[in-house]
Design a protein around this ligand. Structure first.
Ligand code: COA
Length: 330
């Protein structure tokens, strides 16, 4: 088995920033309520009819490639984690074309806010078994397109963004993707969803239907309880399997859903607040983009050092939750 490590990270967010005061002009809420319950102050929203998740994903990818002077044609595989594609058949091929990675195979991965972690784990399997050398994993979402802007319990939470990581093969000694834990509880899929509503066409010649997707629906209290109870045990199981103690963890990088969730998980694990990577104050919950977006920012701030142990955990719709423990090798 070969090793795999993250070589470079890039990110992109739209220019338009909507702060809590602006949101309080469209729904009955306040900056104080939103900050106290979630920690979010503002979020970025993609505008323009011709702009899509692929544009953000492409910009994040190009930034990641530029940092290591890698050419798009050197990418073997693209995994685009998104729940807000341009095309239900998949958007990874559009990304492949837009960045000129014409030698890469490309596919979408749908796992909501766990998508980036699942993408990293999937990439590491392809690399460790010798199938591919250079894999681009992108987490990108524009959930603003599926937000009901008159529902104050959800429209305060989400923002748009993209984060990209280039994962490369290396020697076993240099391996940086140490282990993972993946979980799904499909029985609770209705707690957080963008459901498809089927309408039977009465005047059709044979039984047929045409439907549409609804807005984001969420049971906030249940999702909160789920995250705070399931994520710590997933992290602990993963660390235990690797014989790494919580004290050896340098950084905890959770899906940026809610500051209270981040703090509660850290407290349960006995991780001090100075080890939490958080930027949701500025971007809100960017779904599959949130972890690589925060990772890119932490790297730009030179927080992360060589050989640091980073616990990354995504959680959300599905319900899914996923942990990957990495060691920074660059
Ligand atoms: N502004 C003001 N009041 C609001 C509000 C808002 N934006 N949204 C809800 N409220 C009101 C409710 O109507 C309710 O009023 P009532 O008591 O008169 O009925 C009250 O605030 C409490 O609502 P509740 O839903 O119980 O709030 P909460 O403390 O659970 O906080 C969330 C709501 C959404 C912030 C919280 O449940 C949460 O963060 N859950 C996790 C969501 C998440 O992270 N999802 C993504 C995971 S990937």
């Amino acid at each position: 088995m070969r090793g795999a490590r993250i070589l470079s990270v890039g990110s992109a967010v739209p220019n338009l920033s909507i702060n809590n005061h602006k949101i309080s002009e469209i729904v009955e809420t306040s900056d104080e309520w939103i900050v106290t319950r979630t920690g979010i102050k503002e979020r970025r929203i993609l505008t323009g009819v011709n702009k899509s998740v692929v544009d953000l994903a492409a910009l994040a990818s190009i930034r990641a490639l530029k940092k290591i002077s890698m050419k798009p044609k050197d990418i073997d595989l693209i995994i685009l984690a998104t729940s807000s594609p341009n095309d239900l058949f998949g958007s990874a091929s559009q990304l492949q074309h837009q960045i000129g990675a014409n030698k890469a195979a490309a596919f979408d991965l749908t796992a909501a806010c766990s998508g980036f972690v699942l993408g990293v784990v999937t990439a590491s399997q392809f690399i460790q078994n010798g199938s591919y050398n250079n894999i681009l994993v992108v987490g990108a979402d524009v959930l603003s397109k599926w937000t009901n802007w008159s529902d104050r319990s959800t429209c305060i939470l989400f923002g748009d963004g993209a984060g990209a990581a280039i994962i490369q093969s290396c020697s076993k000694r240099q391996n940086g993707i140490l282990g993972f834990q993946l979980n799904t509880d499909g029985q609770k899929s209705d707690q957080l969803s963008i459901a498809y509503r089927n309408n039977v066409l009465a005047d059709a010649k044979w039984p047929t239907s045409k439907g549409e997707f609804e807005y984001i629906h969420m049971n906030g209290k249940e999702v909160y309880k789920f995250a705070v109870s399931k994520v710590p045990s997933s992290i602990l199981d993963c660390l235990d399997s690797l014989k790494i103690s919580v004290q050896d963890v340098n950084w905890m990088l959770l899906h940026q859903a809610n500051e209270r969730i981040l703090n509660a998980v850290a407290e349960k694990l006995g991780i001090t607040s100075d080890k939490i990577i958080a930027n949701l104050r500025k971007y809100g919950n960017t779904s599959a983009a949130s972890i690589p977006l925060a990772l890119d920012e932490a790297l730009q701030q030179s927080k992360i050092n060589k050989n640091d142990i980073i616990v990354m955990a995504g959680f959300g719709a599905g319900l899914t939750w996923a942990t990957v423990v990495i060691q920074w090798k660059c």
